[in-house]
Design a protein around this ligand. Structure first.
Ligand SMILES: Nc1nc2c(c(=O)[nH]1)N[C@H]1C(S)=C(S)[C@@H](COP(=O)(O)OP(=O)(O)OC[C@H]3O[C@@H](n4cnc5c(=O)[nH]c(N)nc54)[C@H](O)[C@@H]3O)O[C@H]1N2
Ligand SMILES: Nc1nc2c(c(=O)[nH]1)N[C@H]1C(S)=C(S)[C@@H](COP(=O)(O)OP(=O)(O)OC[C@H]3O[C@@H](n4cnc5c(=O)[nH]c(N)nc54)[C@H](O)[C@@H]3O)O[C@H]1N2
Ligand code: SF4
Ligand SMILES: [Mo]
Length: 699
């Protein structure tokens, strides 16, 4: 019966960065229908398979519905139910105790991919508690792009697909599948349909690579060299925007001299991209103005992330594409509470002196601790011990490079609390597990702090299970228990009102409107310059000496061929899951039932591997098994493995569930890029072999 359904508008969240406006049909506190909202600002009616499946997260029989306290050894799976008062009391007592012994900095506050405003409430709690150590996965997700942007041109340049662009250069971003940063790909597809040229840089033949005018199938992990090759062609062939370069850049002559060392022929040896193809791509990009670079995770899941990002900002700049409509823009935020005020940055103004990563000499302006350095502190006490951790919206055992290191580090902790909606490999190691209310079940705001110039309303559409609390509510309760109450609100929703207050509207009005957007103004530098020390785009960094950074983008020597590990391993995100999340949602699991590794048929034939067969994938770090899929969409020397796999249907106490097929068993966090603590997640020497005939991973 349609007529007893109540229709409520909200926005999608937590299945990726979120962004699609949704219309949900609710009956008896259950979402029974869901569709894309044709009026949606970003999606105009679009909804993907994950969005359609998202209500399935709420009613799973194994969802956590009570706070739990560990009664056996860590990871033994023995729990007792406790009340919320006991849970908050226990976390607060343990963190206070650690604070007394080791200082507030001995407690780390860990966040996964930011899902809504809970990330910023967590930073607020850490600041008020006095710990400078907010940990996030930004080392491999956005910090390299954002912070390098800040140092090079004073802002984070995002692709503008809202206004007409003549050419899109999609670099290491699988945006039709990941809708990276909630920039729903339909905007880009509309542009392509209306004649925008497309160049794709990706080792796999993605959907966009198939549509592209040019596809540069590079060797994984060599983006830094390819980007320098682009600069070489643009500068040597004088295809750059002379007026902009003259007026608004610093260090052009140095850069021009420097990139002479990277002619396309030399770059081809490193990247496998034919010299003439690279020339053609660079020419097309430079001659099509405006052009936008859509840059994805691939550039920052490698130790050379800083150099690659530096080169890409330099390319945008010298070709006159910075902050122009349809280029890479500095988005204007709507008039809402500034992040610094929201998180009460004023309470810990010198936190940068104390943050763990400062002792590893990372780049200035990196405000969250890279996981590699967090675990060093947990395991080795350098630069000082971390003894307590609060983990929300994250599954570090699966998401951090080197999963075994994460588990070992957790075993060194005095106290770990994890807030999640399911018993994950990380939660299974905790002292206290908190059951959360999640998306659809509380009022939230999407895209705050993402730098795209808008925020989206995510009003609640159903009530959560009785004992499930939203992260915002949990953090308020913790704040009240272990920090001065004056910093917290009586009703956690008042925080949303405070965030919106400068705009003059209430949360109710915001929910009606759906989104708030900053104004469309461009070329702000003409009136105020670029926010860098020289007021210009720093092609050569004026602060290089002061901060110990490389002034000009470099490229590392490619690793020497390793005869024992002759193939190159990389990965892309599964279109049906969010990292390690939601393999327990039945409708999604049917679409992607098992971890699949893509291998070229010629390589498979040499190794006697058949389609559908279980194969072992091994690196110098470790080995896992996945199911082979033969495809010529990958280069014969490249293997593309699935990431994020554990098996929620297994006994969570069995170590095998997080070791069997987990990509991060193959990665290492021993060697990392100094600027961001970034490990190599892509471009790793590996080998594959048959692991056993006709045996599927999932029984
Ligand atoms: N379905 C789904 N969507 C998601 C997510 C998810 O887990 N699942 N996660 C969300 C999050 S947190 C993020 S940050 C975004 C990330 O979204 P993306 O940036 O799209 O991330 P990836 O899928 O890791 O990688 C993008 C592309 O890089 C290619 N690639 C692999 N190695 C290399 C290389 O060495 N060089 C180059 N140039 N390309 C390479 C892959 O083939 C892939 O097509 O997606 C968000 N959306
Ligand atoms: N090898 C490799 N490693 C990677 C990547 C890669 O491409 N390759 N990608 C990296 C990137 S881009 C990112 S962003 C990180 C992601 O790192 P994480 O964010 O840690 O990834 P997830 O595995 O999605 O873990 C999220 C957890 O939050 C839970 N959750 C969902 N909703 C809520 C909620 O409302 N509240 C709470 N408290 N919990 C909730 C989910 O059940 C899940 O267990 O991983 C990084 N790691
Ligand atoms: S593309 Fe992202 S925001 Fe849109 S419905 Fe799918 S998961 Fe949700
Ligand atoms: Mo991410």
């Amino acid at each position: 019966m349609e007529n007893d359904i109540q229709w409520i508008k909200t926005h999608c969240g937590r299945m990726d960065h979120g962004g699609c406006a949704l219309i949900t049909g609710v009956r008896d506190n259950v979402i029974v229908k869901i569709k894309g909202d044709p009026d949606g600002f970003l999606n105009r009616g679009y909804i993907c398979a994950k969005g359609l499946a998202s209500p399935g997260r709420l009613n799973h029989p194994d969802r956590l519905t009570h706070p739990l306290r560990r009664t056996g050894g860590r990871g033994e799976g023995k729990w007792e139910r406790i009340s919320w008062d006991e849970a908050i009391g226990s976390i607060s007592e343990n963190f206070q105790r650690i604070k007394e012994h080791y200082g507030a900095r001995g407690v780390a506050f860990c966040q996964g991919m930011p899902k809504g405003i809970e990330h910023f409430v967590l930073i607020r709690l850490a600041n008020i508690f006095g710990s400078p150590n907010v940990v996030s996965v930004q080392d491999v997700c956005h910090a390299p792009r954002e912070v390098t942007g800040l140092h090079t041109c004073g802002f984070y340049p995002v692709a503008d697909f809202h206004l007409k662009t003549r050419l899109a250069l999609v670099w290491g971003s699988n945006v039709t599948r990941t809708n990276e940063e909630g920039e729903i790909c339909s905007l880009l597809l509309d542009q392509i349909r209306s004649g925008t040229q497309l160049i794709v840089v990706d080792p796999r033949q993605t959907e966009l690579a198939k549509k592209a005018d040019l596809w540069l199938q590079l060797r994984p992990g060599t983006d830094a060299a390819l980007a320098l090759g682009f600069l070489n062609v643009v500068i040597e062939e004088r295809l750059f925007d002379e007026g902009f370069v003259e007026a608004w850049t610093y260090g052009f002559e140095d850069l021009a001299r420097h990139v002479k060392r990277y002619p396309p022929e030399k770059v081809a040896e490193i990247t496998w991209v034919p010299p003439d193809l690279l020339r053609e791509a660079a020419r097309q990009y430079a001659r099509s103005r405006p052009a936008a670079i859509q840059w994805g995770n691939a550039i920052e899941q490698h130790m050379s992330a800083f150099d690659t990002a530096r080169s890409l900002v330099c390319i945008m700049a010298v070709c006159g594409n910075l902050d122009v409509p349809g280029g890479n823009i500095q988005a204007n935020e709507p008039n809402i509470l500034a992040l610094g005020k929201f998180v009460r940055a004023d309470l810990l103004p010198n936190k940068w002196k104390e943050m763990i990563h400062t002792f590893h000499h990372t780049i200035p302006k990196l405000m969250t601790v890279p996981p590699a350095f967090l675990r060093k502190a947990m395991l080795e006490g350098f630069p000082y011990p971390i003894k307590g951790a609060y983990v929300q919206c994250s599954n570090p055992v699966m998401a951090y490079a080197d999963s075994r290191m994460t588990v070992d580090a957790i075993h060194q902790l005095d106290f770990l609390a994890v807030a999640d909606l399911f018993m994950t490999p990380t939660a299974s190691l905790a002292d206290v597990v908190l059951p959360v209310a999640t998306h659809f079940e509380f009022n939230d705001i999407g895209h705050y702090g993402l730098g795209h110039g808008y925020i989206l309303a995510r009003p609640k559409v159903v009530e959560p299970p009785e004992a499930c609390w939203s992260d915002i509510r949990i953090l308020h309760a913790l704040g009240r228990a272990m920090t001065p109450k004056e910093y917290w609100f009586d009703d956690p929703d008042d925080l949303l009102e405070a965030l919106l207050r400068p705009s003059g509207i209430t949360y109710g009005q915001f929910a009606e409107k759906g989104y708030l957007k900053g104004g469309d103004t461009f070329k702000k530098y003409e009136s105020r310059g670029f926010s860098t020390p020289t007021g210009k785009v720093e092609l050569s960094l004026s602060t290089a000496e002061k901060f110990g950074l490389r002034a000009l983008p470099e490229c590392p020597q490619p690793p020497a061929d390793d005869p024992d590990y002759p193939l190159i391993l990389t990965s892309a995100k599964d279109p049906f899951y969010m990292h390690s999340s939601y393999r327990w949602v039945d409708s999604l699991r049917k679409k992607s039932p098992e971890p699949v590794v893509e291998i070229h048929p010629d390589t498979a034939s040499k190794l006697n591997i058949h389609d559908g067969e279980r194969v072992a994938i091994e690196t110098r770090q470790g080995g896992i098994t996945q199911v082979a899929r033969l495809t010529d969409g990958v280069h014969p020397n490249v293997v593309n493995a699935a990431y994020g796999w554990w098996f929620p249907e297994d006994d969570i106490t069995a170590q095998d569930t997080w070791t069997r097929s987990n990509y991060n068993i193959l990665t290492s966090a021993q060697e990392v890029g100094r600027e961001f603590g970034t490990p190599n997640l892509k471009g790793i020497p590996c080998r594959v072999r048959v692991a056993g005939r006709n045996r599927k991973l999932v029984s």
